[in-house]
Structures are given as C-alpha cells and as structure tokens.
Design a protein around this ligand. Sequence first.
Ligand code: NAP
Length: 246
Amino acid sequence: MLSKTAIVTGASRGIGRQTAKELAIKGYNVCINYNSSKNEAEDLKNELISYGCNVDVFKADVSIRKEVDDMIDYSLRKFRSIDVVVNNAGICEYKLFTDVTENDLRKMFDTTILGTFNVTQSALKKYMLRNHSGNIINITSMWGVVGASCETNYSTMKSGIIGLTKALAKELGPSNIRVNAIAPGIIDTDMNNNLNREELSEFVSNIPIGRIGNVEDVAQLVCFLASDLSSYITGQVINTNGGYIV
Ligand code: NAP
C-alpha cells in the first residue's frame, strides 16, 4: 500500500472525479475537493471507502485562500502528507469576445489562475518545500495551446496555466518537485453539455482516433504523471486529444 496523499480539486464531477477514483484505487490517500456538488462528492467518498480506500471530502472554493488553507491543513492532519496536487477545478464560458464582461474575466481568472495559485502555493508552503518532494499536475486545455473562437476568456486563462506550469517547473526542480500540465481535447463531461449532436459529430469527424475523449483518458495520464514512471518529466504540457491537434 502507498502512503502518499493526493489532493484533487473539483473532484465531485467529471475528470476530477475519475482522477480521484483512480488515484484512490491505486492506493493514494485522496482529498476529494468540491465546491457546490456536496452529494456527488459524498457519494464518491462512500463508494471509495466501500472499496477499502482511504479518502475524505473537503468543501473549498479554490478561489478563496482561507478555504484552501483550511483544506490543506485538514488534509495534513488527516493524512500526514501532501505528495500530489491535481489542479483540476474549472469552469467554461462560450461568448463572443465583444460580449465578455470584466466580471466574466475576473470569475474565470479567480477559478482558473487564482485557484491553481492558491492550492499550489498553500501545499508548497505548508508541506512540499519542507519535505523536499512533491508533484503538481495542472489541468489546462487544448484551447490553452491553440486558442478557441468564442472562448477567449477560457483560452486566455488556460494559456496562463501553461506559463505557470513551465515557470514553476524551473523554480521547483531543485526542490525535487515536478510540475506538469495536461491539455485534454473534447472530453465527455458536463462541461460539454452545451454541444448538440451535430456539433459533437463535427468535432469527431476531425479527431483522427474517431471519438471524443472520456474521463479515463485524462485520469490515467494524471496517474502516470503522479507516479515515478514519469520521474524525468517536468515542465511539460501533455496533450490528450485523440490527435485533434498535433
Ligand atoms: P465539470 O464536469 O464541469 O466539473 C468541474 C469541476 O470543477 C466540478 O467538480 C466543480 O465542483 C469544480 N469546480 C468549479 N469551480 C470550482 C471552485 N471555484 N472551487 C472548487 N471546485 C470547483 O468539468 P470537467 O470537464 O471535468 O473539467 C475539469 C477540468 O478539465 C477543468 O479545468 C476543465 O477546464 C478541463 N478540461 C475539460 C475539457 C472537457 O472537454 N471536458 C477539456 C479540456 C480541459 P462543484 O460541482 O462541486 O462546484
């Protein structure tokens, strides 16, 4: 049994939920972070406990530093270490650039950039730097790599996550802490509920692998990056998009 601990933000639904599940089944202690989907998070906790996993839930809005600090303190008290942080919590927005308001921009910034900043800095200061070890995995998006029309707000912040990942990997390498990002393509989660059947099949027709992604495609990559199998990989942005962008 591993005695490592992972914190997965936005683990109540979608990619984060599957990531928390796979890490817990692999033997990590897992802190399942949620913000508004309490029932979903509790259901996941109960399911994983029934498999014999060591997990707990913690409600924190990642954009609020006090709530994040409380989550990190709680995890340390409960699990004794924080070895892996998965910055997954995210929101999306489809708007013409000319319709994006300052408030829209701030909300996207708060969840994406400030959220990643808060969780990462808190884990570093409260444990990882002192322990001279750690692993940070940021979930960005292919739109942060190539940009998406009508998603300038989202693309801007996801691109920022790539910059943060690369810079922080350089800063933290000497402290034995790796930092990587995953850039998923279209993944089958609530986030894409707004796409109708025609739009989805238009996407699929441009994906060489011939399907949209599923949450396992991302969660398994997180597990690889969290493990020592990837010990020489840092500062990288790994695309998982079925070949949609190459
Ligand atoms: P999802 O199904 O909509 O789930 C989003 C998760 O983020 C939920 O668990 C939600 O928690 C959490 N969250 C949102 N705001 C939060 C906050 N302020 N504090 C804490 N948690 C918060 O989305 P998903 O598709 O799994 O997306 C997960 C990540 O992958 C996001 O960063 C997204 O940008 C990225 N991504 C997704 C796709 C895709 O096609 N689905 C593609 C590329 C990248 P509550 O419900 O508890 O509030």
